[in-house]
Design a protein around this ligand. Sequence first.
Ligand SMILES: Nc1ncnc2c1ncn2[C@@H]1O[C@H](COP(=O)(O)OP(=O)(O)O)[C@@H](O)[C@H]1O
Ligand SMILES: [Mg+2]
Length: 253
Amino acid sequence: MEPLIDVKGLCKTYIVNKYSNNVLRNIDFTLDEGEFVTIMGPSGSGKSTMLYTISGMDRATAGEISFMGKTYTGLNEKEMAKLRLVSMGFIFQQMYMMRKLCILDNILLPGFHAGLEDRKKVREEAEMLMRRLGIMEIADNEINEVSGGQLQRACLCRALINHPKVIFADEPTGALNSKAAGEVINELVNVNREGTAIMMVTHNARVAAASDKVLYLIDGHIEGTMELGKLTDESDLTQRERQLNKWLMEQGW
Ligand SMILES: Nc1ncnc2c1ncn2[C@@H]1O[C@H](COP(=O)(O)OP(=O)(O)O)[C@@H](O)[C@H]1O
Ligand SMILES: [Mg+2]
């Protein structure tokens, strides 16, 4: 089966004051349909850059990236933006909600923008998602009136509104306490079980232990891969976390 995302020889170089910084060095990577992969590694190793180039938010310097069998090469910014809007969802540590809109309207916005369904349908979908994630009561709130955990669950609703093939998550629990982080990761696991692939960056081994596979990035290169397998109802998360921590130590974590 063809992977959802296929990356070959990905390089990204930033040039700052005539000095070039080779942030990603020849990365090969695949994400299968429905797979849940986590990227870990030291600060500055290029994790966010890897996420942003693979999701097409930023352009690669070299290499080829394909999504659903179609290469990014030749897509202009408008086509790239459309692909992200319709087929990808994003959540970030910083959350990036619009301050002037209530929570529900923030969730509706990419749905209205994509225009895949009529507005009534999009609104019903948003309300269904909010109910599912246990945040229906904050629909009319402003974004500064809710907790960080509620806000991140709202961001996940926004990411899901167009039924993406994949969610990109850059340190989604980085700003949350451990209880709220646990709730967000549970929701990501549920979303993944329904078939949405996930590519996540985290510093938190407990959070990473919920994913199928962990890649370890050092200086812009994948130095190791840890296969954990799908988390099931029978899995022992603490045992997975222990196994992952042991491996991370070996990687120089
Ligand atoms: N827009 C940019 N312009 C120049 N350098 C950047 C830019 N974004 C990231 N970098 C550099 O790329 C390196 C990797 O950054 P990043 O991908 O954010 O790492 P991580 O997410 O692993 O902490 C860092 O050295 C950072 O300074
Ligand atoms: Mg980062």
